[in-house]
Design a protein around this ligand. Structure first.
Ligand code: NIG
Ligand code: FE
Length: 391
């Protein structure tokens, strides 16, 4: 194995509060990092750095953990640019648009699905993302959900079964039979292929009782829960997520005080995906300030999908979270790295600590503040390989 000394790091974001300035970001100035093979071997002051096989001077730039994008739907076919344009002209978003992508996925080959996933993962990687979660949910038959999960598993270890995205057209008159399929034969095939189970709790998707049944069935098969919650209006999604011990409730655009309290008490991470609020032209964005002030753990993710958030850019999401969700630039960077790791119950990513996999991102800027300060500018790029399992 060869070792590399990365030196001349103007600002190192470790997300280790025991380091540097003692903030949540554990900021260290004039730092160096030694990477040995695929692991972080040493972190410290540039002046005290040990020798290594090679030496890379990053010229005063900021280095931070690879972004952890804990919510994506990058296994799909087709696009919905026309639907986006119609929204821009005033049409509202409804959950039913998902069925357009379901038809395209059912008509696509495995190779086409894999090529799309790879293309979008490469886009993510180029913009500094190190770890990615990927959901099924555009197959919605036993065979098509299986295909989507097998494709996702070729791209990441963080695979989520989302058979409960919407009720597919062939079950429109008998939604209970679809829930029986998702909790029965579809789960039998899909549970071995996934780590997580997710449900879209929303008018036009699944109600609280169906969501409970689906999450309980998944948990009984060893899957861990996550929920699409409170995206398009107030509803029971967050409460169900917290009751079920979900790792994360995602969207959280419309929350009551009781929802915020439930997130704080349960420890379920509130994952904000403001790219979806942007693309659906939501009248409101999630109130991240209120969540953080109450003591909730907040993560940021792209929700990359062809309907509501066709972005792979964590820097874009960080900028939106600062402008629209009330996060400070530092909170947004934490939420996009350590927050995403918490939403995936991972402690080996989203931080730069000795012994952890080296998934380092470099900014063409002196501090992490520039991510929100310079929106739309491609500052972030991979410095080392990713976490080893999502590229
Ligand atoms: O996270 N909310 C549900 N699922 C996606 C939307 C998918 C679609 O419209 O295709 C989301 O926004
Ligand atoms: Fe989603």
């Amino acid at each position: 194995m060869t070792s590399t000394l990365y030196t001349g790091i103007g600002e190192l974001v470790t997300n280790d509060p025991a380091r540097g300035d003692g903030s949540a970001l554990g900021l260290t100035r004039d730092a160096a990092v030694v990477v040995d093979g695929d692991r972080v071997a040493w972190i410290g002051a540039a002046a005290a750095a040990p020798e290594a096989d090679t030496r890379v001077d990053v010229g005063g730039r900021c280095v931070l953990p690879g972004f952890v994008d804990s919510h994506s739907h990058v296994v799909f076919a087709g696009d919905r640019a026309e639907e986006f344009a119609a929204r821009a002209a005033g049409q509202p978003y409804a959950a039913g648009g998902i069925r357009t992508t379901v038809a395209a996925v059912r008509a696509a080959t495995d190779e086409e699905l894999l090529a799309t996933g790879r293309r979008l993962l490469a886009e993510m990687r180029r913009q500094g993302t190190g770890t990615v979660e990927i959901k099924s949910g555009y197959g919605l038959s036993v065979e098509d959900e299986r295909r989507c999960l097998e494709v996702a598993a070729q791209l990441t270890d963080e695979v989520t079964f989302l058979g409960a995205h919407v009720v597919p057209p062939e079950f429109a008159d008998e939604p209970d039979s679809y829930v029986a399929l998702v909790t029965g034969p579809m789960l039998d095939v899909c549970a071995p292929l996934a780590r997580w189970i997710d449900v879209f709790v929303e008018d036009g998707a699944f109600d609280a009782d169906a969501a409970r049944a689906i999450l309980e069935a998944g948990r009984a098969r060893g899957l861990e829960a996550r929920v699409h919650a409170n995206q398009l209006g107030p509803g029971p999604g967050v409460q169900v997520a917290c009751e079920q011990g979900a790792a994360s409730a995602d969207h959280c655009t419309h929350l009551t005080d009781a929802d915020v309290a439930a997130l704080v008490d349960s420890g379920t991470v509130a994952t904000l995906v403001p790219g979806a609020d942007f693309s659906t032209r939501s009248p409101v964005y999630p109130d991240g300030r209120r969540l953080i002030d109450a003591g909730a753990t907040v993560a940021l993710a792209t929700d990359c999908n062809p309907g509501t958030s066709y972005t792979t850019s964590m820097p874009f999401v960080i900028a939106l979270a600062v402008r629209e969700c009330g996060l400070t630039p530092s909170e947004a960077v934490w939420a996009a790295t350590a927050g995403g790791a918490a939403a995936l119950r991972r402690d080996d990513v989203g931080r730069i600590v000795e012994g952890a996999p080296a998934a380092l991102t470099v900014l063409d800027a002196p501090t992490h503040l520039h991510l929100a300060y310079r929106p739309g500018v491609p500052l972030a790029a991979p410095l080392t390989a990713d976490d080893g399992r999502s590229a």
